[in-house]
Design a protein around this ligand. Structure first.
Ligand code: NDP
Ligand code: MG
Length: 383
């Protein structure tokens, strides 16, 4: 029986993680969850899954929920609450599916508490990859990928040696605007951007897919998870999202992981690794139905966020922190109707150009630069 704590239970990855847990009650039990502002769904989850510890984002929601939950459930809130759910309980494994760099500190607390980390929250590794990986090594803790591309690579690498890898090939669907030219992006709406062709995901990552910043963040995530230089990481456009990623070895052999697009596969693999168990009601891959798979090279001029991410990753230090914070703030402004779609790129480019890099930042410096970058983006972009 694996005991699980889950950050971001009310989100897209969070709800799918609960489905996986629920479908194998003999294998998994749920210890603790965190919810954000969706307390209506959170309350349903508390009653259905009966975690012993629950954290909500805001004090006012804590007050609202306190009398509605069973007596044996401990309720906490805020950033301290997130850390308690991550670290302060009997769970063996933390699934981090919260959104944004707020996921960093709870991850570090869980590592210190010796818990295995199943990481969906990519902003954590992007903003502070050197600290997370150093801490995981120090406490001898495994960081297992949930993101489908990294899970694919991780699966391709089983039984292989990282020294024999020539390159990692991350596949990308191209997002909502993959059939549009750059000149056609001027007036696209939030609604258009949220309409992803292959995956149903949270709003922020759906926008990140449309700008390709999602793939950029994944390139940096791959660098940290697999300890490979950026020169050995490539992106390939593949519109069907059937090949979830590939590894090319030094002898020219390429191993790929395939399947119908379904996040429950990588979520469950992270929970059962190194074993596999049945995934109930999984839509099976029938290649004769798919017929053809398509591939092309992404253009860095068309997808400028992808080139920002490679550059920030190679520069290292605090550059990825700035990249991530500027992107989080800009996407949030776009979703709220305050800036245009192309304004996201502009905000990130200006924040990166403005920044004076700090080579090996501490957690405090990362925190400070994250805040400064968000303020900078608001100041320059909102008239
Ligand atoms: P969602 O927006 O659907 O869910 C985010 C979760 O985090 C919700 O539970 C939300 O609470 C909670 N949350 C958001 N902000 C805060 C905050 N400041 N404090 C506390 N809780 C907060 O996101 P996704 O599930 O799509 O993505 C989660 C992470 O996983 C992201 O980092 C994303 O990049 C990554 N990921 C997602 C994939 C997907 O298929 N969706 C695939 C691969 C990676 P509430 O809703 O209650 O407000
Ligand atoms: Mg992904």
């Amino acid at each position: 029986m694996k005991k699980i704590s889950l950050l971001g239970a009310t989100g897209s990855i969070g709800t799918q993680t609960l489905e996986v847990i629920n479908s194998h009650p003999d294998k998994f039990s749920l210890e603790a969850i965190s919810i954000g502002r969706n307390i209506e769904l959170g309350l349903k989850q508390i009653n259905e899954y009966k975690p012993r510890l629950v954290s909500v984002q805001f004090r006012e929601d804590y007050d609202k929920l306190l009398n509605k939950i069973p007596d044996n459930v401990k309720l906490v809130y805020g950033e301290v609450g997130l850390e308690e759910v991550a670290a302060n309980n009997d769970a063996d494994i933390l699934v981090n599916a919260v959104l944004g760099s707020v996921g960093l500190k709870p991850t570090l607390s869980a590592i210190k508490a010796g818990k295995t980390i199943a990481i969906a929250n990519k902003e954590t590794l992007v903003t502070a990859g050197h600290i997370v990986t150093a801490e995981a090594n120090k406490y001898n803790v495994e960081v297992l990928p949930v993101d489908s591309e990294h899970s694919a690579i991780f699966q391709c690498l089983q039984g292989e040696s990282i020294q024999e890898v020539e390159k990692l090939i991350l596949t990308a669907s191209g997002g909502s605007f993959r059939n549009l030219e750059r000149s056609q992006l001027e007036n696209v709406t939030v609604e258009d951007a949220l309409n992803h062709p292959n995956w149903s995901m949270g709003a922020k990552i759906t926008i990140d897919s449309a700008t390709m910043m999602n793939k950029g963040l994944e390139v940096i995530e791959a660098h940290w998870l697999f300890n490979l230089p950026y020169e050995k990481i490539e992106v390939l456009l593949h519109q069907e999202s059937i090949i979830h990623s590939m590894v090319e070895f030094i002898d020219g052999s390429v191993i790929a992981q395939l399947g119908t697009p379904d996040m429950k596969v990588p979520i469950q693999y992270a929970l059962t690794y190194p074993n596999r168990i049945e995934l109930k009601e999984k839509k099976r891959l029938k290649l004769w139905e798919v017929g053809k798979l398509h591939f092309s090279k992404p253009s860095f001029e068309r997808y400028r966020c992808l080139s920002f991410a490679f550059e920030a990753g190679k520069s290292g230090g605090t550059m990825p922190t700035v990249l991530n914070a500027a992107n989080e703030e800009a996407v949030s402004l776009f979703l709220n109707g305050a800036i245009s779609f192309l304004g996201i790129e502009e905000a990130i480019e200006r924040a990166l150009n403005e920044h004076k890099i700090v080579k090996l930042p501490t957690l405090e410096q990362i925190d400070e630069i994250d805040k400064q970058t968000r303020d900078f983006v608001k100041k320059i972009m909102v008239k």
